[in-house]
Design a protein around this ligand. Structure first.
Ligand SMILES: [Zn+2]
Ligand SMILES: [Zn+2]
Ligand SMILES: [Zn+2]
Ligand SMILES: [Zn+2]
Ligand SMILES: [Zn+2]
Ligand SMILES: [Zn+2]
Ligand SMILES: [Zn+2]
Length: 405
């Protein structure tokens, strides 16, 4: 500063006078001797100066460092990724587009790639890029395609039996093994009948041709075994339906046809289903001559009971001595008042000396014991014994020996 003061004393006085900062009105609180003002202005934060880059901004001295480094649009700035030098405003435009900046892949594969190489990465390297399975055509991300290949139903696999055919789509392998693979070991078609042959499918035909008669024998034996099983089942079924109550209600249908037949054929006998007197009792069977026999022949219906060889005969008392009652029911008279069901009834208690009631041999007598003149044809026609061409005969066996009708 030029010395304009006339004398050192007055200069000293002036320079020593108290002043405020020239930016007092902008809020600077500084106040001191005039001679210190210049030094203050160098640090006064309200003292704006021109940006040295000539960007046109007035910047408070204290902000200038920041301005030059970060906000001056004409500052010199170098992109940290591509090292190209820009003005500040140029760098702002460049940021976010620099092709040398590493960024995360948008497909979220987790890789960082230079922005400029992203499209190549996504097309060729990215683990998440979609790829089409060449066998089934479905799309998978590249990192799961290999795993899919191990299970893809259309991917070709060789026959595990190493036959000549194939390779096959994985999904068709089962059908190949089951239906056509020539190398697969198969059992003989007659396995169920007992043939033990096992071999590659292409040898089966020769085996079948060479063993026709052996297979036939196996089949005969098998059908024999099956026949036995059927018989066992039949007798089990018969047992299930066997009557063990001691009372047989024998329903005889098509009465007129049977009567007609009996009149033309001598000695025609109808037999009832066998029944037991109790669960472990005697096995009995009733029989009927529609046109009579013996003293009733031609005029009466005869009824008989015979003892059949039963399963528990060895444990039973012989001779058979239960009372037996035959009842032929009139039909449609039930509830007509005065004595209930009408009908014809006959009973007997076996005489211990009668041959018919000894323990039966396996070939029992043809004829049992009964009533040759049980009911006359004349009575049969007069009373309602036959209804809907059907007759009911009850045979009741009673161990009490009391004859009750
Ligand atoms: Zn100031
Ligand atoms: Zn500037
Ligand atoms: Zn850059
Ligand atoms: Zn990626
Ligand atoms: Zn596939
Ligand atoms: Zn095969
Ligand atoms: Zn065989």
């Amino acid at each position: 500063m030029p010395k304009i003061y006339p004398d050192p004393e007055s200069e000293k006085a002036i320079m020593g006078s108290l002043v405020f900062c020239i930016h007092h009105k902008q809020g600077c609180k500084w106040s001191d001797e005039l001679r210190k003002l210049k030094a203050h202005l160098n640090t006064c934060k309200h003292d704006a100066i021109q940006c040295p880059n000539k960007c046109g901004s007035q910047i408070p001295r204290v902000m200038m460092t920041d301005h030059l480094a970060f906000t001056c649009i004409l500052r010199r700035a170098i992109c940290e990724f591509c090292n190209v030098e820009f003005t500040g405003i140029g760098l702002e435009e460049h940021a976010g587009t620099c092709s040398s900046e590493p960024i995360y892949c948008e497909s979220k594969c987790g890789t960082r790639v230079l922005r400029g190489r992203m499209s190549i990465h996504r097309a060729k390297d990215c683990a998440k890029r979609l790829r089409r399975c060449p066998h089934c055509g479905r799309e998978f991300s590249a990192d799961t395609l290999a795993a899919h290949g191990a299970t893809c139903p259309r991917s070709p696999v060789p026959c595990p039996q190493r036959c000549d055919a194939g390779p096959f789509a994985r999904a068709e392998l089962d059908a190949h093994l089951r239906d056509e693979c020539k190398a697969l070991t198969v059992p003989c078609t007659f396995k169920e009948a007992g043939c033990r042959f096992k071999g590659p499918r292409h040898l089966l035909e020769a085996h079948l041709e060479a063993n026709t008669s052996a297979h036939l024998s196996l089949m005969v034996a098998l059908s024999g075994r099956q026949g036995q099983q059927i018989n066992m089942l039949k007798s089990a079924m018969a047992k299930l339906s066997t009557n063990y109550t001691g009372t047989l209600l024998w329903k005889i249908t098509d009465w007129s046809v049977k009567m007609q037949e009996a009149k033309t054929k001598d000695g025609l006998e109808l037999v009832s289903p066998p029944f037991y007197t109790s669960q472990y009792g005697y096995k009995l069977q009733a029989s009927m001559f529609l046109n009579g026999n013996g003293p009733g022949e031609g005029t009466h219906v005869s009824v008989y009971i015979k003892v059949l060889p039963g399963e528990y005969d060895a444990l039973l008392k012989w001779p058979f001595s239960h009372s037996v009652t035959f009842t032929l029911f009139e039909q449609g008279t039930l509830g007509s008042g005065g004595g209930g069901q009408g009908g014809v009834a006959e009973s007997f208690v076996p005489d211990p000396t009668w041959e018919n009631f000894q323990r039966p041999s396996t070939e029992p007598d043809a004829l049992g014991f009964g009533f040759p003149r049980f009911v006359s044809h004349e009575l049969l026609n007069r009373r309602p014994f036959v209804r809907d061409d059907t007759v009911f005969l009850r045979v009741k066996v009673d161990p009490s020996k009391i004859v009750a009708v």
